[in-house]
Design a protein around this ligand. Structure first.
Ligand code: KPL
Length: 321
C-alpha cells in the first residue's frame, strides 16, 4: 500500500507529537511545517523526540517553512493555535492533493470556518484531541495519554475512517462519531473549564480537582458552555462538568496548553474559548459569568506578558507554534 502523505501544520507540542507518532507508525510520510525556525532546524538536525506515554523515541521527520511548497498531501493536519489559523489557512489548503482532507484538531470555535473559506467545505474535517502534550524544547515533547475523536460527515465519505485507521496504527486511540457540533462543544466545555484555571493557578490539570474552589469554578465554567450550546440547539448529551472532570483526571499530569502559553509569554487561545462562549451567550441571552471572569483574567495576564520564572525549559525563552 502506498504511504499516506501527511503535512502537519504547527511545530508546537501537539503538532510535534502527531508528527512523531505518525512518522514512527510507518504508514505515513510526514512533513512538519511551520514558521518556528528553531524547531524546524532542531527537527531537521536531530529528529523529533517524544517522551512519556508509550515510551520514548526519536524519529526523523521532514520539515518545511510555511512559505515553502508543501504537499501534495492526502492529509493536512492543522495543529496551530486558534489565533494563527487565518495565517496558515492558504498554505494549508494549497498543500492538499485532489481529494485530500484538511483536518483540524485545534481547540476553540471558528477554526473550521476559516479553513473552509480557504479550502472549500468539501475538504475540511473536524476532530478533537484530549491527548496532552508538553513542549520540552524545539522538537522535544512529553506525551500524556488521551484520545482523538473525529466527526463523521457524509460529504467526507470514507476519508475520515481512513484517517482514524492511520492514527490507530500509529498508536493514537481514535474514534469516529456522527455529531460534529456536539463533539466541538463538548471539547469546548472541557477547554473553557481546564485551560484558563490551570493557567491562572499555574498547576497541572489534575490539581484543579484537589482544590474545592477550583473544582467548583471548573464545573461551573463547563456547565455555562453546555447552557450556551443547548440554547443554540446543540445537544451536548453528557453533563459538561462531568466531561471536564473526566479529562482533568485522565490528563492529570499535563500542563494545559494555555498554561504553557502563559509560561512562555505567548498569546493564549482564550478568545476562541471563553471569549467565544461569552459572545455566543450574549447573542442567545445566556449568562456566562465564570467564563467572562476567566476571559478577563487571562487577557490581563497576557497583557502582562512576562514568562513565568523558571518556565523556560531547554534554554528557549519564547516558543511559538
Ligand atoms: O486540550 C487540552 C489542552 O491543554 O489544550 C487538554 C485536553 C485540557 C489537555 O491539557
Amino acid at each position: 500500500m502506498a504511504p499516506v502523505r501527511v503535512v502537519i501544520v504547527g511545530t508546537g507540542a501537539m503538532g510535534s507529537l502527531f508528527a512523531g507518532r505518525l512518522a514512527r507508525g510507518g504508514r505515513a510520510v510526514v512533513m512538519l511545517a511551520g514558521s518556528w525556525r528553531e524547531a524546524l532546524w532542531a527537527v531537521a538536525a536531530r529528529g523529533l523526540t517524544i517522551e512519556g506515554d508509550g515510551g520514548s523515541f526519536t524519529t526523523p521527520v521532514a520539515t518545511a517553512l510555511l512559505s515553502d511548497t508543501l504537499g501534495p498531501a492526502d492529509l493536512v493536519l492543522v495543529l496551530v493555535k486558534s489565533h494563527a489559523t487565518s495565517a496558515i489557512a492558504a498554505p494549508a489548503a494549497q498543500a492538499l492533493a485532489p481529494g485530500g482532507l484538511l483536518l483540524t484538531l485545534q481547540n476553540g470555535l471558528g477554526n473550521r470556518e476559516v479553513l473552509e473559506a480557504a479550502a472549500g467545505p468539501g475538504g475540511v474535517g473536524v476532530g478533537v484531541a484530549t491527548l496532552g502534550a508538553t513542549l520540552l524544547g524545539p522538537g522535544r515533547v512529553r506525551a500524556v495519554p488521551g484520545r482523538v475523536t473525529l466527526g463523521a460527515e457524509p460529504r467526507l465519505g470514507a476519508r475520515l475512517d481512513a484517517v482514524a485507521a492511520l492514527f490507530r496504527d500509529a498508536g493514537i486511540p481514535t474514534d469516529v462519531v456522527a455529531d460534529v457540533a456536539s463533539l466541538v462543544w463538548r471539547k469546548l466545555a472541557v477547554n473553557c473549564a481546564i485551560n484558563p484555571l490551570s493557567a491562572l493557578r499555574g498547576v497541572p490539570n489534575g490539581a484543579l480537582l484537589e482544590d474545592a474552589e477550583a473544582r467548583r469554578l471548573l464545573e461551573t465554567a463547563a456547565r455555562e458552555v453546555g447552557a450556551v450550546a443547548s440554547a443554540g440547539g446543540i445537544v451536548v448529551a453528557d453533563d459538561p462538568a462531568f466531561l471536564a472532570v473526566a479529562v482533568a483526571t485522565t490528563t492529570a499530569a499535563n500542563r494545559s496548553s494555555m498554561l504553557q502559553d502563559l509560561d512562555r509569554g505567548a498569546p493564549t487561545e482564550i478568545d476562541a474559548l471563553c471569549g467565544a462562549v461569552v459572545l455566543e451567550g450574549r447573542r442567545l441571552g445566556v449568562p456566562t459569568p465564570v467564563n467572562e471572569a476567566l476571559w478577563v483574567a487571562i487577557k490581563r495576564r497576557e497583557a502582562h506578558g512576562t514568562p513565568r520564572a523558571g518556565a523556560s525549559r531547554g534554554g528557549v525563552a519564547r516558543w511559538s507554534g
